[in-house]
Design a protein around this ligand. Structure first.
Ligand code: GLN
Length: 468
């Protein structure tokens, strides 16, 4: 079993000779094998164990990087040179990356050990990890339930002790929701804080890369490693990266906003109660709470699904059978080659999004849908700007409910999309958000709480998360 809670504890144990990195990695590899039924990994890199000795030596000599020996799973939408990159789609089943994503390279440069590629919804589209060409992922707390999505494999890998941490991506909640369903921490950074170079694009103005961890400390540490300017991503923020992991001990008091729109109808009573209990606890520690309004919240889901499908329809045009990925067998002409390659290669949710996106961008509908949604996006930003002029952080549920049953929402895309109700705003306005495990419900299923801060205020967000 693991006898450390944070990475710095792990490193101390290694230094004192109480933990062997090799045994630690083989523990994880065995766990992955034993818990194969969870289906968290698309690919496991068994040979990562060969790095153990040299990294352990570096740790003992005090020459190791910040993440030395941290065993990390990578969502299978991020590139690692010469390794498969499938996005859990048949269209990329045989594809191998030709370069490494900046975020992953930064982990490697700090001596992290990459243990494999984790399962996810196809092209990160989904909230349950049921849309994967590699099969669904099971929730480790109850195998009849979903782990959440789209980064379900990454969340399960951490929650089921298959690795120390994992990278996921969050376009509309795909880090925060599975973290909440699996009882771990999931951090979605400010848009542009982490380079998207080497991340397969879903909706380029929304996509963010972030960590799944067992502690706030590890989330802070990973973020400070992967964040920062990158000349290979022009949307990347240029601001210097604070040492988040060293800013977690301040005792300051926070002003926290509670938006009434996030506690309205539809919120499960047990989830609501746990959050209210937490609020009381924090109030008694001297933090102050104010009621705020985010009046355009009710339009966030519609806005999100118009804009992200529009971007996806354009981004996914590159999978045409000609450039890379799957090509249909024996097409009779060029047009048929394109059509059949895409028809056979993509799963149904991805096709639904491409069609929706093509529709909202088409002549005659562009103004009514796409342009209008862009305007609402601006209004949402204004809502949050107003709120953050009064409060440090905003506190909300992550999801209306705990993990739902496998198959429960697969035939009802609208019900599935509504899962994202509390999460898409952070992506629409580009702010950071974190999911924090705060309780279990009467059936023992994890309940998460979300905190959001203004753009580039991860320091505040993490500091307050540590106090929760
Ligand atoms: N569930 C949302 C969707 O299906 C979010 C996906 C994501 O964040 N990648 O679009």
């Amino acid at each position: 079993m693991l006898n450390y809670k944070t990475h710095s504890e792990k490193v101390s144990l290694i230094k004192e000779g109480k933990l062997s990195l090799k045994e630690n990695i083989s523990f994880f590899l065995n766990q992955i094998d034993e818990k194969k039924n969870l289906n968290a990994f698309n690919f496991v890199f068994n040979d990562c164990i060969n790095q153990a000795e040299s990294i352990e030596n570096k740790i003992k000599q005090g020459k190791a990087g910040k993440l030395a020996g941290m065993v990390i799973g990578i969502k299978d939408v991020l590139s690692i040179q010469d390794k498969p990159l499938t996005c859990s789609s048949n269209i990329l089943r045989e594809f191998k990356s030709v370069y490494t994503a900046t975020a992953v390279q930064k982990l490697i440069d700090e001596d992290a050990i990459i243990i494999g590629k984790t399962n996810c919804d196809e092209f990160a589209m989904g909230s349950s990890n049921e849309n994967s060409a590699f099969g669904k992922v099971l929730n480790p707390y109850d195998n009849t339930r979903v782990p959440g999505g789209s980064s379900g494999g990454s969340a399960v890998a951490v929650a089921a002790n298959l690795c120390d941490a994992a990278l996921g991506t969050d376009t509309g909640g795909s880090i925060r929701q599975p973290a909440s369903f699996c009882g771990i921490f999931g951090l979605k950074p400010t848009y542009g804080r982490v380079s998207r170079f080497g991340l397969t694009a879903f909706a380029s103005s929304f996509d963010s890369i972030g960590p799944f961890t067992n502690s706030v400390d590890d989330a802070a540490l990973i973020l400070e490693v992967i964040a920062g300017e990158d000349l290979k991503d022009s949307t990347c923020q240029k601001k210097p990266v604070p040492e988040y992991s060293k800013e977690l001990s301040d005792e300051r008091k926070f002003t926290i906003g509670i938006p009434k729109e996030y506690f309205a109808q539809g919120l499960n009573p047990e989830v609501k109660e746990s959050i209210e209990k937490k609020i009381e606890e924090l109030r008694s520690k001297g933090h102050s709470f104010v009621n705020i309004e985010l009046p355009h919240t009710e339009y966030s889901i519609a806005t999100y699904y118009i804009l992200t499908t529009a971007e996806a329809s354009s981004n996914l045009a590159r999978y045409d059978g000609a450039h890379y990925g799957y090509r249909t067998k024996k097409p009779s002409n060029l047009n048929e080659m394109y059509t059949l390659s895409r028809t056979e290669g993509f799963g149904s949710e991805v096709k639904r999004r491409i069609m929706l996106g093509t529709y909202v961008l088409s002549a005659g509908y562009y103004d009514a849908y796409y342009r209008k949604a862009q305007k609402v996006r601006r209004l949402l930003k204004k809502d949050f700007d107003n709120a953050f002029s009064k409060v440090d952080v905003i506190l909300t549920p992550v999801c209306p409910n705990v993990a739902f049953k496998i198959g429960e929402k697969t035939n009802d895309p609208l019900a599935m999309y509504l899962e994202d109700i509390y999460k898409t705003s952070a992506n629409l306005v580009g702010i950071p958000g974190i999911s924090i495990p705060i309780a279990k419900n009467s059936e023992g299923l994890p309940i998460g709480m979300q905190l959001m801060a203004n753009q580039l205020e991860e320091s505040k967000l993490l500091l307050f998360s540590k106090m929760v």
